[in-house]
Every structure is written in structure tokens, then in C-alpha cells.
Design a protein around this ligand. Structure first.
Ligand code: CA
Ligand code: CA
Length: 339
């Protein structure tokens, strides 16, 4: 449920259950006017209401860390800076060993963070039924067909690896698909495989952006998306699905592999921390026992008139139906009543 009120630049928005939208005046963090500011309730970093944070001995991922309080955008001639305000400052990457071979966390997660992802799925045409509904692998949630997306942005600690993994995953799916439609039993030729690889590579770079310009200041996380990718400046009339999740860059996976230093990196669902019935160091707890692929999104922005909890609980695991999230259109968020 989101509402509006004038955006005031404060260090903290108490009870930030309100959505703000206007041109901000203060240049506290970023200079220049903001295109929009959306806010999200506090203390709803619990998915459908049942998700619980993993058990972390280092307390690097605890309640508040994935709790989105605000999401904003600011255009520049080169592209758009998106900014997320979390309730608690994300844990910074430390120079500590992550394996026996002397690999440091800072060698793997080079952008300065390693505990979270932020996904944006952007509906540019606003036409129901147009665009993609599939989210990135491992989210186990879909975008509502009413706001199918044209462009996706995934802020992740491992942008290069995520891009490689995504292309590989999709190319494999395409190869399986192509193989199944071959009229004879012949295997795909090297040329066919090459063609699939090129096509998937092109599609992914056209539709999914992994930011590499990232700035973290306390609870604010700012990332840059080029105008070339977006096709121009971001618009308040576009629809945005915004979601936070835990990042899985540690644990059972070989971090050296993930860093791309070794071959045959594992086919992980884009380094998202999964949800399971019981929580562990590397899984959120509280998921439905009957759900083999429980939603892994922790905090999402939703339009007025519905709730995050309701939407994320709307899937039907037995029928393989994933929950669906509609986009929030900043320009449609009702003008605030003055207080
Ligand atoms: Ca929130
Ligand atoms: Ca929320």
C-alpha cells in the first residue's frame, strides 16, 4: 500500500509508509532534481510476511538490511542514477579470505557490497500484455502481464559473472528448445549453437543491465544505468517493479569459480539467496513447505490498493503458478494532500 506526500529531505523518514513524488530540492546526496521518489513501508522486509532472515554469525544480513524505504531516479545526459534507501546500511565488502587459496572477499565482490541485489523491471509502453513477465532466474516471482517489462536492471555484487551466467542459462534453454523442434534426430550443428549464442547474447545485453557504477553511502545505494540501454532518460510515466533480495556469493559455492577465475562456474540462479522452510546461513527461512521454488524477493514496492504480503502469497505452488507483481507508475501515484 503506497500513498503520497511531499518529499522532504531528512536523514530518515519516520514511518515511511508513504510514497512521495515530486521534484526534490535538496542536494544532500545527489545534486540535481529527482525525477521521482517512491517510498515503501518500514519493516516489511519479510516477503509474503513469513520470510525470516538467514542465520548469520557475522550479522552482515539482518532485518533492515533489505528493507527498502525509498526508491528514486535522477536523469543526467549520460543516463539515470537510481537510488535505493535501505533501513539499515548494507554491510561493506571486507578484505577477508573466502577460501583456502587466499582469495579475498574484495577480489570477488569488487563493487563494495556482497549481501544484496536490487532488481528493477521497467514497463516502458504501459500496454497490458506487452513485454516480458519472466523475472531473472531464482526470483520465483513473475511480473504481472498488465505491466510486462521491456528492460530489466539487476544490481548485484557480481555483475560480470551474472551477465555471463544469464547468457549461458538462456542459451542452454534455447538449445534445448531448438533441439526439441529439430525434425530429425540430428544434433545441433556448431553453427546453430553459435547462432543461438549470438542471438541470446544480443537479447540479454539489449534487455538486461547489470550496473557497475555503484556508490554506497550509509543507507543509500546509488547505481547508474546508461541512457543507451534505456533508450533515453528514465520517465516517471514508466512502470517500475522494484525488489530487494539477499545475494548468495558465499557458502557452498566456490567463490573463486564465481569470480570467473576458474572455468566451469556453476549454474546458479543469478546469485540470489534462496528461501526455504528453515533458515540457514545461506537461506531465508519461513517458506511454504509445499513450495519447491518459494519466492526469494524480500522487499518489493507495490501500487496503492494492494499489499506486498498479499501479492507475494498469491502463487499456487501445486499448480506451478508463481506470484505476480504489478509495476508502480510514479506519475500515477496520486498527488499528495497537504498536511
Ligand atoms: Ca520496506
Ligand atoms: Ca515493501
Amino acid at each position: 500500500m503506497t500513498k503520497t506526500r511531499p518529499y522532504r529531505r531528512r536523514r530518515f523518514l519516520p514511518g515511511a509508509a508513504l510514497v512521495a513524488l515530486l521534484l526534490a530540492a535538496g542536494p544532500a546526496f545527489s545534486s540535481g532534481d529527482k525525477l521521482f521518489v517512491l517510498t515503501d513501508p518500514e519493516k516489511d522486509d519479510h516477503g509474503d510476511g513469513n520470510l525470516r532472515y538467514p542465520l548469520r554469525s557475522q550479522n552482515d544480513l539482518v532485518p533492515g538490511h533489505l528493507d527498502i524505504l525509498a526508491f528514486s531516479a535522477r536523469n543526467t545526459p549520460e543516463g539515470t542514477f537510481f537510488e535505493v534507501t535501505f533501513a539499515r546500511a548494507p554491510q561493506k565488502t571486507e578484505r577477508r579470505p573466502v577460501d583456502d587459496g587466499g582469495t579475498m572477499m574484495t577480489d570477488v565482490a569488487k563493487l563494495g557490497f556482497y549481501t544484496f541485489n536490487v532488481d528493477l523491471y521497467i514497463d516502458m509502453d504501459g500496454k497490458p500484455g506487452s513485454g516480458n513477465t519472466r523475472m531473472l532466474p531464482g526470483r520465483n516471482v513473475e511480473v504481472d502481464p498488465a505491466s510486462g517489462w521491456e528492460k530489466a536492471v539487476c544490481l548485484t555484487p557480481l555483475p560480470e559473472q551474472a551477465g555471463t551466467l544469464l547468457r549461458r542459462t538462456y542459451a542452454e534453454a534455447e538449445r534445448i528448445e531448438a533441439q526439441s523442434t529439430q525434425t530429425d534426430e540430428a544434433r545441433l550443428t556448431a553453427d546453430q549453437k553459435k547462432e543461438i549464442k549470438a542471438e541470446v547474447g544480443h537479447k540479454v545485453s539489449e534487455s538486461v543491465f547489470f550496473p557497475t557504477t555503484v556508490e554506497i553511502r550509509g543507507r543509500l545505494v546509488r547505481f547508474f544505468v546508461s541512457a543507451t540501454f534505456l533508450g533515453g532518460p528514465a520517465k516517471a510515466e514508466w512502470g517500475y517493479v522494484v525488489a530487494s533480495s539477499g545475494a548468495a556469493v558465499t557458502g557452498r559455492d566456490d567463490l573463486v569459480k564465481l569470480a570467473g577465475l576458474k572455468k566451469d562456474a556453476p549454474m546458479e540462479p543469478l546469485f540470489i539467496m534462496r528461501a526455504a522452510p528453515g533458515r540457514t546461513e545461506n537461506t531465508f527461512g519461513g517458506a511454504d513447505e509445499d513450495d519447491l521454488f518459494p519466492p526469494a524477493l524480500v522487499d518489493v514496492l507495490v501500487p496503492a490498493g494492494t499489499t506486498q504480503e498479499k501479492l507475494l502469497a498469491s502463487g499456487n505452488p501445486r499448480k506451478g503458478v508463481l506470484p505476480k507483481l504489478p509495476a508502480v507508475v510514479p506519475s500515477k501515484v496520486a498527488a499528495p494532500a497537504s498536511k
